[in-house]
Design a binder for this molecule. Structure first.
Ligand SMILES: [Zn+2]
Ligand SMILES: [Zn+2]
Length: 329
C-alpha cells in the first residue's frame, strides 16, 4: 500500500510502499476512504511532538472495515469506522478509572505513536474506533473525528455562555461555530490579522462578528477558545473576556505564553487547556453532530499530495478542513 511517512523531524513526508497491515487481536483493518489533516499533524512533522520512529500521521480516519482481528464483535466487514486520535489507554490508572482516560499517562495516539491514516489502509484497536452510519460522506465526516471531537470538548469547557470568542477559525473553529450557533450563542471569530478571506469565511458560517486577532471584540466575551497555536493569544484572549470568563487552549502544542499583568487574570478569569478526548466525548459528539447538523466545508487532496495539504494548512490557506482522499476519490 501507499503510505505517506514522517521519517525525519522537519522534513516533508516521504511516499513509501509498505505492506498492508494485518489486524492483531482486537483490531480492525480499514481501507482508508478519507483522512483529515489536523494541525497536530504539523506538530508531528515539525518535531514539536517527538517521534521515536518513522510514523504515518493522520488521526481523522474514515474507513471501510475490510479485516477483523480475533475477538472483534463491534464491527463487521463493510462497516464504516471512524478512527480518532485516542488509540489506546491502559484502562487501570487513576485517570482511566475516573472517567478521564484522555489523561492516561500510558495512552497511545493515532498518527503519532501508532501509524495513522495518511495511507491506503490502517489498523486500529476496535474499542477506540467509532461505528459511523453507512452513507456518511467520508471526506465530510473525517474532520469530525478530531476537529469536531476536540472542538466539542473545548466548547463544553467554555461553559454555557452567551458570547463565545474563537481564535483561529479553521476546521475546529468552523465546527464549533455551528455547535455554538445551534445553542443560541453569539460567536466572535478571530483570524490572523489582515486575513479578510478567513474573516469572510467565518461570516459565511453565521458568526456575529469576525476580525483580526489584533482587534478587540465589539463587546466583552464570556469565554474564548484558542485553536491557533500561538501563546501570545492567551493574554490577548484574557483581555477580551469579561470577569468570570474562561480562556480554553485547545491545541496540543503552543508557542510560549508571554508574561502578562495579573490584572488580566484577576476577576476570576480562568485559563485552562483541553487534552485529547475520551470515548464518551466521541459518542456524545457523534450523536449530536447530525442533529445540529454540523456540515464540514472540506478541501480534498489526493493522498500523494499530503505535503501540499500540510503546507496549505500551515499558511492558513485552507477554508474549513483539508482532507486526504486515497485514490483521488
Ligand atoms: Zn490509564
Ligand atoms: Zn487532531
Amino acid at each position: 500500500m501507499l503510505a505517506m511517512v514522517a521519517e525525519k523531524k522537519g522534513e516533508p513526508l516521504v511516499a513509501r510502499e509498505r505492506a498492508t497491515p494485518v489486524p492483531a487481536k482486537g483490531e480492525v483493518l480499514v481501507r482508508v476512504l478519507a483522512c483529515g489533516v489536523c494541525r497536530t499533524d504539523l506538530h508531528v512533522v515539525d518535531g514539536d511532538l517527538k517521534i521515536e520512529h518513522p510514523v504515518v500521521p493522520g488521526h481523522e480516519i474514515v474507513g471501510e472495515v475490510v479485516g477483523l482481528g480475533e475477538g472483534v464483535e463491534r464491527f463487521g466487514k463493510g462497516d464504516l469506522a471512524g478512527i480518532p486520535w485516542l488509540a489506546r489507554v491502559c484502562g487501570s490508572c487513576r485517570y482511566c478509572l475516573s472517567g478521564r482516560e484522555n489523561l492516561c499517562p500510558y495512552a497511545q495516539f493515532t498518527g503519532w505513536q501508532r501509524d495513522g491514516g495518511y495511507a491506503e489502509f490502517a489498523v486500529a484497536d476496535a474499542r477506540f474506533a467509532f461505528p459511523l452510519p453507512s452513507g456518511s460522506d467520508p471526506a465530510e465526516t473525517a474532520p469530525l473525528l478530531c476537529a469536531g471531537l476536540i472542538g466539542f470538548r473545548a466548547w463544553r469547557m467554555a461553559g454555557e455562555v452567551s458570547r463565545l470568542g474563537i481564535y483561529g477559525f479553521g476546521a475546529a473553529g468552523h465546527i464549533v461555530a455551528q455547535l455554538a450557533g445551534s445553542s443560541g450563542q453569539q460567536v466572535f471569530a478571530f483570524t490572523r490579522p489582515g486575513d479578510g478571506r478567513g474573516q469572510a469565511f467565518a461570516r459565511a458560517q453565521g458568526v456575529a462578528w469576525s476580525g483580526g486577532s489584533d482587534e478587540g471584540p465589539p463587546e466583552p466575551l464570556d469565554a474564548a477558545i484558542l485553536f491557533a497555536p500561538v501563546g501570545a493569544l492567551v493574554p490577548t484572549a484574557l483581555r477580551a473576556v469579561a470577569p468570570g470568563g474562561t480562556v480554553v487552549c485547545a491545541g496540543i502544542h503552543m508557542s510560549d505564553v508571554p508574561s502578562f499583568p495579573y490584572a488580566l487574570l484577576w476577576g476570576e478569569r480562568t485559563v485552562r487547556s483541553v487534552a485529547n478526548l475520551t470515548r464518551t466525548d466521541g459518542e456524545a459528539f457523534l450523536a449530536l453532530a447530525p442533529r445540529v447538523p454540523v456540515r464540514c466545508q472540506v478541501t480534498r487532496f489526493p493522498l500523494e499530495e499530503a505535503n501540499r495539504a500540510l503546507t496549505q494548512l500551515r499558511s492558513g490557506g485552507v477554508e474549513g478542513a483539508a482532507v486526504l482522499v486515497p485514490g483521488g476519490r
